[in-house]
Write a protein that binds this ligand. Structure first.
Ligand SMILES: *Cc1c(COP(=O)(O)O)cnc(C)c1O
Length: 380
């Protein structure tokens, strides 16, 4: 039997037993529609509102500032399009970065087609965006800035607190995609000057297909999905009741266990890196200093990423060559390209991503297997 070692937690994470148990009753026993006024509906509504409080508390927001969505992608789309439309009289210029997740990048490309002007700010060679570069991109008619909190390919932590201060001074709306930051970094929307924030359930041991968008009260943000009056008329459609219950608990636990998990995952990353450094020739670390410990992006010169991944997969070890959305499409990582890495370097880059469910032993075993595979490929 091959033993499975899952090191692709930035793509998705397994649902925790506790979250699964909490969701279970909401498929069959407590199945009311939260919009129904009868007892079953009220019970469902109560569960949605408890989850809203859990998410709000995790980021120091008010419950009525949380909108449940179908995931991180929808939260990003709703944040960006809803703000662009709500502020179109004030201006049609928007600033973002070249290292955003495609849920953000492609939404801005769509807005360009709709007549908006978008400035894409590149990061430094370390994959971190400079606040001065964001400041230089702002114009009189800039209405929105989007910068992710943590990059999903390198783990690079972006200076969102400083960007939040800047946008607040200039009266510009600030959105951050915090999907990879939640449960690792402390997120306080007031302290960081965040107006809109996206999270996703399945990146923190919650279910897939559910996420949340924080919308600061008082914004001229417009809903983009229309129909019933669910989510206080901000996101129409019958709520994903089990999903929302699971998301609420997953977010609460992620925040409660944040410090202990950060330390544990730091240990896993150090083990991986020590074994790779000792065994791989010319190893290049693409994740910058200060990156979150959950993501380690490295280049194995002379060993193509697809070959490494295929060999790892046969050994029951799962990793990735970039974001889940880019792998399989044979597109080189837009993030590593934006950092100025050469084509060879990008083609030999692997992302290992850890969760609190990984153990020291399996990470060590995986790292040793990587060393063996890379040595074989490099010799060719
Ligand atoms: C996974 C991810 C998303 C998309 O979230 P889904 O819930 O899968 O739609 C958005 N942004 C980042 C940074 C991600 O890692």
């Amino acid at each position: 039997m091959i033993c499975v070692i899952y090191l692709d937690n930035a793509a998705t994470t397994p649902v925790s037993q506790e979250v699964l148990d909490a969701m279970q009753p909401y498929f069959r026993d407590i199945y009311g529609n939260p919009s129904s006024v009868h007892a079953s509906g009220r019970q469902a509504k109560g569960a949605v509102e408890r989850a809203r409080e859990q998410v709000a508390q995790a980021i120091n927001a008010k419950p009525n500032e949380i909108v449940f969505t179908s995931g991180g992608t929808e939260a990003d789309n709703a944040a960006i399009i809803g703000t662009a439309i709500g502020y179109k009289e004030q201006g049609k210029h928007i600033v973002t970065t070249t290292i955003e997740h495609h849920a953000v990048l492609h939404t801005y490309e769509f807005l360009q087609e709709m007549g908006y002007e978008v400035t894409f700010v590149p990061p430094g060679a370390d994959g971190i965006v400079r606040v001065d570069d964001i400041a230089a991109a702002l114009c009189d008619d800039t209405t929105l800035v989007s910068v992710m909190a943590v990059n999903n390919e390198t783990g690079a932590v972006q200076p969102i607190g400083e960007i939040g201060r800047l946008t607040r001074e200039r009266g510009i709306v600030f959105h951050t995609d915090a999907v990879q930051a939640m449960g690792l970094l402390q997120i306080d929307v007031d302290a960081l000057g965040i107006d809109l924030l996206s999270i996703s359930g399945h990146k923190l041991h919650g279910p897939k297909g559910v996420g949340a968008l924080y919308v600061r009260r008082g914004l001229y943000w417009k809903p983009t999905q229309h129909g019933g009056s669910q989510e206080y008329k901000r996101r129409a459609g019958t709520e994903n009741l089990p999903g929302i219950v699971g998301l609420g608990l997953a977010v609460q636990r992620a925040v409660e266990q944040r410090e202990a998990r950060y330390e544990q995952i730091t240990g896993l990353r150090e083990t991986m890196l020590a074994v790779l450094r000792a065994g791989v020739e010319n190893l290049q670390v693409n994740s910058p200093e200060g990156a979150v410990p959950s993501i380690l992006n490295v280049t194995f010169p002379g060993a193509p990423a697809e070959r490494i991944l295929m060999n790892l997969d046969m050994a029951g070890i799962m990793a990735s060559s970039g974001s889940a959305c880019t792998s399989g499409s044979l597109q080189p990582s837009h993030v590593l390209v934006a950092m100025g890495l050469g084509e060879e370097c990008v083609r030999s880059a692997i992302r290992f991503s850890f969760s609190g469910q990984n153990t020291e032993e399996e990470v060590r075993a995986a790292a040793e297997k990587v060393v063996e595979i890379v040595a074989r490929l490099q010799r060719r």
